[in-house]
Design a binder for this molecule. Structure first.
Ligand SMILES: Nc1ncnc2c1ncn2[C@@H]1O[C@H](COP(=O)(O)OP(=O)(O)OP(=O)(O)O)[C@@H](O)[C@H]1O
Ligand SMILES: [Mg+2]
Length: 289
């Protein structure tokens, strides 16, 4: 199974939200990272065949997914970033309803829903109305509906937004066990999620993939650009204003700054090993994940 994006472009007014983007995805877990407005949601909506590209195509094994219609939808699971809820439904009724929309036979829908509610930790509240749910609970229900039809291609737009650390671990385990022989694409701002689940990372900026590879490959890019320097505590503001400071810690009466920079920020700077957090700041210096 190969999902190919071929010169995919989406233009709004005169803004290119996705810009001539070509990649090939095979089974595995892909982490899509990028700052606000990078084009992640626009890209995922085109891959999910909800949004028509301005130009270019999404192809599954060489066939344009727009022409595949229901055959493609049957293979696809999608969690939108702005996942809409049905507040008056119970979690169980909601999943049954989605199952009907996805054409899943009743008997299968009932057993699948039960199993999935258990997997996402919502069995206890299966008969509670969604309007009583916390943000994290709604998100977990959203993940359950996305995998209800056992999709070969799973697109999750910010699936871990609103999850607490424990829920995040549960989500990672769920995806890891689900992912074999499937294509899973998930967008996230949370660096540790990518580290824990993704085989490959796609870094998106201004509608393009600016970097891609295994986490190891990407870390290599940043290697040699992460530095530590010791400064007077009173100087930290100046360094923060002028450079990308990934971290700072006090040591005796000095402050140790971790700085992302192509060149050594000072003569006394010491090169240190890069982390994924550094990678994120390297590509998105003005954002904190
Ligand atoms: N319906 C729309 N009409 C006009 N412009 C849009 C529309 N949807 C998105 N855009 C613009 O396209 C660009 C990409 O937006 P998109 O939502 O895809 O980014 P994103 O990477 O998902 O951001 P976020 O991390 O905030 O979710 C932005 O500049 C956005 O303002
Ligand atoms: Mg988005």
């Amino acid at each position: 199974m190969v999902l190919s994006l071929d010169r995919l472009t989406k233009t709004y007014a005169n803004k290119k939200a996705v810009d001539n983007l070509s990649i090939e995805m095979r089974p595995g877990v892909y982490g899509l990272v990028g700052g606000n407005g990078a084009g992640k949601t626009t890209l995922m909506r085109m891959i999910s065949a909800i949004l028509e590209p301005t130009s270019g195509e999404v192809l599954l094994d060489g066939k344009n997914v727009a022409d595949m219609g229901a055959d493609y939808r049957d293979m696809l699971g999608y969690l939108p970033q702005d996942f809409g809820y049905y507040p008056h439904y119970t979690a169980k009724d909601y999943l049954h309803y989605i199952a009907v929309l996805k054409g899943i036979p009743r008997r299968e829908a009932v057993s699948k829903s039960k199993h999935l509610l258990d997997e996402v930790g919502l069995s206890d509240v299966a008969n509670k109305k969604i309007r009583t749910f916390s943000g994290g609970m709604k998100q977990r229900l959203g993940i359950a509906q996305a995998i209800l039809n056992d999709p070969q291609i799973l697109i999750l737009d910010e699936p871990t937004a609103g999850l607490d650390p424990k829920e995040r671990v549960r989500f990672r385990n769920l995806i890891s066990s689900f992912a074999s022989n499937r294509i899973v694409l998930l967008s996230t701002h949370i660096v540790t999620d990518v580290e824990a689940i993704a085989d490959r990372v796609l870094v998106m900026k201004n509608g393009r993939i600016v970097s891609q590879g295994s986490i190891r490959d990407l870390l290599e890019e940043v290697e040699g650009h992460v530095w530590e320097i010791a400064v007077e505590p009173s100087e930290t503001d100046k360094w923060e204003a002028e450079t990308t400071v990934a971290n700072l810690r006090r040591e005796d009466n000095r402050t140790i700054l971790r700085i992302i920079s192509e060149d050594p920020p000072s003569d006394s700077a010491v090169s240190v090993p890069a982390t994924l957090e550094d990678l994120y700041l390297y590509h998105f210096p003005t954002e904190r994940s």
